[in-house]
Design a protein around this ligand. Structure first.
Ligand SMILES: Nc1nc2c(c(=O)[nH]1)N[C@H]1C(S)=C(S)[C@@H](COP(=O)(O)O)O[C@H]1N2
Ligand SMILES: [Mo]
Length: 199
């Protein structure tokens, strides 16, 4: 295995690779099911649940400030990729557009294709989280989540929903697709929160 699919990190990089992870060669694609094809004219993003129901278009998103982000990416299947370069919109800038009820404590991320993953609001509204629409200066390829995906660098990458199209605000935590199938509810890579202890 080592050699063909993984690179040995140098010392400085090694300190950035969480326990039990190896550096991937290239940027693997990890999708459960088919890659949805979404065109930007029909693309919509919805907010509902414990928040004022609102629908956003592609141009609503593109009107927000755009930034470049460099982030490390850790998949629970044990590969990591350091220094991924994205262009996107800060989650905190998007949050200024919506009205969330005070009792909301959790979010279900929804996607074209039906994938879901849950996240606590405090993990979602971090300054370094973003919605990405470019990868290494090119439009985000469909297999990596284009036209738009979420990136949450401090959690395992299954929380970084590809083809994201909605946020459902929840008063109580509910589990998303992988979390119902045994993955950890939070998924912090440095603590190796890989699987739920009840599995
Ligand atoms: N909609 C959707 N988002 C998803 C997934 C998926 O199957 N569907 N897989 C997750 C997992 S397990 C990982 S590791 C990353 C992989 O992102 P990549 O394919 O761009 O490397 O996307 C996450 N987001
Ligand atoms: Mo993953």
């Amino acid at each position: 295995m080592l050699g063909k699919f993984f690179q040995k990190p140098d010392k400085e990089q090694g300190e950035r690779v969480p326990p039990g992870q190896h550096l991937a060669k290239g940027f693997p694609v990890l999708t459960y099911g088919a890659t949805p094809k979404v065109n930007i004219e029909e693309w919509e993003f919805r907010v509902w649940g414990s928040a004022k129901p609102t629908v956003f278009t592609w141009s609503d998103f593109m009107a927000l400030p755009q930034h470049e982000f460099t982030a490390d990416f850790h998949c629970v299947t044990r590969w990591s990729k350091l220094d991924v370069k994205w262009t996107g919109i800060k989650v905190t800038d998007f949050m200024n557009l919506i009205e969330v009820e005070e009792e909301a404590a959790h979010i279900m991320e929804h996607c074209y294709g039906g994938y879901t993953t849950n996240i606590a609001i405090e993990d979602f509204i971090r300054e370094e989280n973003f919605f990405a629409f470019q990868l290494f200066g090119e439009p985000l390829p469909a297999e990596h989540g284009g036209p738009l995906r979420l990136v949450v660098p401090h959690l395992y990458a299954w929380k970084s929903a590809k083809w994201i199209n909605g946020l459902e605000f929840l008063k109580k935590e509910e589990l998303g697709f992988w979390e119902r199938n045994g993955y950890h509810r939070r998924g912090e890579p440095w603590a190796e929160e890989r699987y739920s202890s009840s599995f």
